[in-house]
Design a protein around this ligand. Structure first.
Ligand code: BGC
Length: 767
């Protein structure tokens, strides 16, 4: 060995040793920190009485402790004292029915924490809110597109940013816990909460969920971060009926193959709390499913945070599901199954009394109670609530800032998905004359959907009036003289009838079309969530179809704006319209983003995170077996209106040079896949490069193809980039009917756009 080589090797060795040393220091620091947390909470638990422990496991809704008076929430002192001091409840949730300002939230949470300080243990109360698309119960907070729209961006950074901003604004309102993200897999388009999730693909769901969690939680304990609650564990989203909170029928290997991965990835990323599926799986209410809650979540996945029920769901085991003869019996089953905290949300006395009795009767072991309380206190300690139970608006100067609003706008702009553009009719000139029509045209409520200011989002037009509806944004952009408005169809505003609409003035719309250049037809759905959002027909409502057909008949080019939570069937009107833009539920800046796309100031880059069905009876998604597919020798049926991953741009892209580094791999290897994408059009644009892999032969019929990677790239006209995917082969393993992940030897096909290639896995392996 030459002297030079010797020195080089020594330097490398030195660097390596230093790295190992620093890494070991870091790891030991993390462990020391963890040990400190564990020692502190163990000591606390030892000092607690059974009553104090059970109290920690109870969560009540704020409206049971006071009421709104002139826009302010006023506690009933006696009720607050009873809940926090007598029953020592550990958590409070929800908005009082109207949104509050951040300063009002400060006052609400401060009174609760002051009450908690009067207890023997002085354990801070954990307040939680549903921040579904930003802090939707905090007035003036930044509302983002709903999750389905966020997902349509296929942009990791934007989702991460949404997480950071949501956490910051939530802390400005003193709330350290969010019941988000929704990781339910959007496999059933009838389900009324499909817009609350990241779409139908497990990989996309897991990837974006993890980004959001990183943005919201890390580093946990800092005063602008929150604990997340990943929900609703699991398979809430694919009920047989398509209706909210109803039974799903699914074998465990499908549960594990499709629904578990996003939750597993989120737990690995450090998610601190889990909320349970409010419905049933194979006839068993998930809240008493010990296998899923304890064996899988806490055992297999090693989850160390706590599991909270959904709304009143222990009671539902008794009242709704007829599993027990009393709430007490339901409480026993749920707590023994692994529930740590019960979202009661009103009758906390009954829950506490029952659970204390169950422990005394020996029906719930004390060890189970200690485990639950340890988990709850662990999260409170990790959040630093013991030292900082309060955070205040004054320390959050960026709350509702222009910078945050721009982030919401950017997310909306990248989510909007161009599904049709006959003869490149879009973009249109800024001097064009436009008729704006449809029930979604002048509604902030429709742009935001449910979970906006209120649960069902029915008051959004009042609370979000400073933002632009589509009509307002179009008027701002094209000028008052160039824009006409006829509503055509109106939604029913009465509670429980949100899904109904009626014809208003279709003839007036047709008449108004006479002297315009384009018709902007804004249709879709009104706001809803959960059970009030159930439907029995996936077709878009007949009144809206009537309006659509009437304006199509005028012969003026119709630009269809789809503003909906679910992909309602529009097959009859697709051929007649020239362009289609799906805006999903784009939030308070969605209309501004849409108009920038109409004029070409922004080039659309959204891609569908769901399959858009063509017929109401054909709701199969892109993940399906070959027997459903186009290549089926018995005649393929799968032919959605628009495919998962589809979305047009104002420019064009060409793919070339798909290369894989080897032909044959061992099961533990990584494949390196390269592809070149070029912007072949005249405008700068963003493209989502999507990597699909097909297992060609497997012992459980393989899906036709599965998404295994994606990258969003920004390319100037004429520019090209080579994208590299590193694909661990073990990611291609599937769950077999022993519920084991197995990668079977054999051939695989990769596909990126129109390019394909194959490779072989040389050995079967169970992971
Ligand atoms: C919903 C949950 C939500 C909870 C608290 C329930 O009805 O299913 O998603 O987190 O209410 O608001």
């Amino acid at each position: 060995m030459t002297l030079q080589k010797l020195i080089k090797n020594r330097n490398a060795a030195l660097k390596y040793v230093t790295f190992i040393f620093l890494f070991a220091l870091l790891v030991s620091d993390v462990f020391a920190q963890q040990n400190k947390v564990e020692a502190k909470i163990n000591a606390l638990v030892k000092q607690m009485t059974l009553e104090e422990k059970v109290g920690q496991m109870a969560q009540v809704s704020v409206e049971s402790l006071g009421k709104l008076e002139g826009g302010n929430f006023v506690f009933d002192e006696a009720k607050l004292k009873d809940a926090v001091q007598n029953y020592k409840i550990g958590s409070i949730l929800n908005s009082p029915g109207e949104p509050l300002t951040a300063a009002q939230w400060n006052a609400v949470v401060e009174q609760i924490q002051n009450a908690a300080k009067q207890t023997k243990m002085k354990i801070p109360v954990l307040y939680g809110l549903d921040d579904n698309h930003g802090c939707n119960y905090v007035l003036d907070a930044t509302l983002f597109p709903q999750q389905i729209g966020q997902s349509a961006t296929w942009n990791r950074q934007l989702i991460f940013n949404a997480g950071v901003i949501t956490a910051y604004e939530s802390r400005a309102a003193s709330v350290p816990w969010t019941f988000s993200p929704v990781l339910d897999l959007g496999t059933n388009p009838q389900w009324p909460r499909i817009w609350e999730d990241y779409g139908e693909d497990p990989y996309l769901d897991a990837t974006l969920g993890v980004e959001f969690i990183k943005g919201v939680q890390n580093p946990l304990g800092s005063k602008d971060k929150l604990a997340v609650s990943i929900k609703h564990y699991m398979d809430y989203s694919d009920p047989k009926s398509g209706h909210d909170r109803t039974d799903s029928w699914i074998p465990e290997y499908y549960l594990r193959e499709y629904h578990l991965p996003a939750f597993a990835a989120a737990v690995k990323a450090g998610a601190r709390t889990v909320m349970v599926n409010s419905a049933l799986i194979n006839g068993i209410p998930t809240h008493i499913n010990k296998h899923l809650l304890t064996d899988v979540m806490k055992g297999e996945l090693g989850f160390t945070g706590f599991i909270v029920t959904d709304w009143q769901d222990i009671e539902n085991v008794y009242r709704r599901d007829h599993i027990t003869n009393s709430i007490k019996e339901a409480t026993k089953l749920a707590i023994n199954a692994g529930i740590d905290m019960s979202m009661i949300p009103y009758n906390y006395k009954e829950f506490c009394t029952d659970l204390i009795a169950l422990v005394k009767e020996g029906k719930v072991p004390m060890s189970r109670i200690d485990d639950a309380v340890t988990r709850i206190l662990r999260v409170k300690e990790e959040l630093n609530l013991f030292t900082t139970p309060m955070t205040y608006l004054k320390d959050y100067p960026k709350f509702a800032s222009r910078e945050f609003q721009k982030a919401s706008y950017n997310t909306a702009a990248e989510s909007i998905t161009l599904l049709k553009n006959e003869n490149n009719i879009l973009p249109i000139s800024k001097t064009a004359k436009i008729l704006v029509t449809g029930p979604n045209a002048n509604s902030m409520r429709c742009l935001n959907g449910g979970w906006s200011y209120t649960w069902q989002g029915e008051k959004t037009d009042t609370y979000a009036k400073e933002y632009n509806t589509i009509l307002e944004a179009v008027t701002n952009k094209f000028g008052k003289d160039n824009v006409k408005y006829v509503q055509g169809v109106s939604y029913n505003e009465a509670w429980g009838k949100f899904n109904e609409d009626s014809l208003l003035d279709v003839d007036a719309a047709v008449k108004a079309a006479a002297d315009v250049d384009y018709i902007l037809l804004c249709i879709g759905e009104n706001s809803y969530t959960e059970t009030p959002g159930n439907i029995n027909d996936m077709n878009l409502s007949p009144n809206q179809i009537t309006l659509a057909n009437a304006v199509i008949k005028t012969g003026k080019p119709v630009i269809l704006i789809l503003n909906e939570g679910r992909p309602r069937v529009i097959n009859d009107i697709v051929p007649g319209v020239k362009s289609i833009l799906d805006v999903y539920l784009p939030g308070n800046f969605g209309a501004d983003a849409l108009t920038d796309i109409l004029t070409g100031d922004v080039n659309p880059s959204g891609k569908l995170p769901i399959t858009y069905p063509r017929y109401p009876n054909s709701l199969v998604g892109y993940i399906h077996k070959p027997s459903e597919g186009e290549g089926n020798p018995q005649g393929g049926e799968f032919g959605p209106q628009f495919h998962f991953g589809f979305g047009l741009s104002y420019t064009t892209f060409a793919y070339s040079d798909l290369k894989i580094n080897k032909n044959t791999f061992g099961p533990d290897e990584n494949a390196t896949i390269n592809v070149t994408v070029k912007n072949t059009g005249s405008k700068e644009g963003k493209e989502v490069v999507q990597l699909y892999v097909s297992d060609l032969v497997a012992s459980i019929t393989p899906d036709v193809k599965r998404l295994r990677g994606f990258e969003k790239v920004d390319l100037k006209s004429g520019e090209s980039k080579t994208i590299t995917f590193t694909l661990p082969l073990k990611d291609l393993a599937f769950v077999n009917n022993d519920n084991k992940k197995i990668l079977e030897a054999g051939d695989f096909k990769i596909q990126i756009e129109n390019l394909t290639s194959t490779f072989t896995v040389n050995k079967t392996k169970i992971f």
